[in-house]
Write a protein that binds this ligand. Structure first.
Ligand SMILES: [Zn+2]
Ligand SMILES: [Zn+2]
Length: 186
């Protein structure tokens, strides 16, 4: 057995499999998996009701560390205009690679099998998610259009108000000002 880097414990060990079964590794693994499954659970809540938001570069450019694949993945999915929250994460959890890596990870780390399927998104779930995302995007666009329309009306109303104020200023105040401050004539 050579040196083995343990990503869970973030250290290099030399006793091979012994390390995996050790108390330190198993307790760290439990903490890691608890956090990991909690995050995935949060994402899974949106499977039936996808969350679509206007793209915000300070909020939506988050990544997520997948312990099973040992790589960073985009948490959300965006076209730079709209963002599907957790879209990237759910998409990743549904890939065959992730499924394969998850099985290997669980096996390699001797993790509790009852949590394994929590971090895998099935094909059925993905199909349904896609349908729901399509609906959510549609209603988001409708709302956005409505907002733009209302906003435009608001701007028009403001503009009208400004014109009216300006008009009354010209009619009432300005002549007085000119009278009071004759220097303005020049
Ligand atoms: Zn370890
Ligand atoms: Zn993965």
């Amino acid at each position: 057995m050579g040196a083995h880097y343990c990503a869970i414990c973030r250290q290099t060990t030399f006793n091979g499999k012994g390390h995996i079964f050790g108390k330190t590794h198993q307790s760290r693994l439990r903490v890691v998996l608890l956090k990991f499954t909690e995050k995935v659970k949060e994402a899974r809540r949106t499977l039936k009701k996808p969350q679509v938001e206007k793209f915000d570069c300070t909020q939506h450019k988050q990544t997520f560390w997948c312990y099973c694949c040992g790589c960073e993945i985009e948490k959300n999915v965006t076209d730079g205009n709209m963002t599907v929250l957790y879209g990237g994460l759910l998409e990743h959890m549904a890939t065959p690679e992730h499924r394969k890596n998850t099985h290997k990870f669980w096996w390699d780390n001797k993790a509790d099998p009852k949590f394994r399927d929590k971090v895998i998104v099935t094909e059925e779930e993905t199909e349904r998610f896609k349908v729901e995302v399509a609906k959510a995007l549609e209603s988001f666009v409708e709302k956005e259009d409505e907002y733009i329309k209302q906003h435009a009306e608001h701007i028009r109303a403001q503009e009208k108000h400004r014109q009216e104020v300006l008009q009354s200023l010209l009619e009432v105040c300005f002549p007085t000002m000119l009278w009071q401050y004759p220097s303005l004539w020049h």
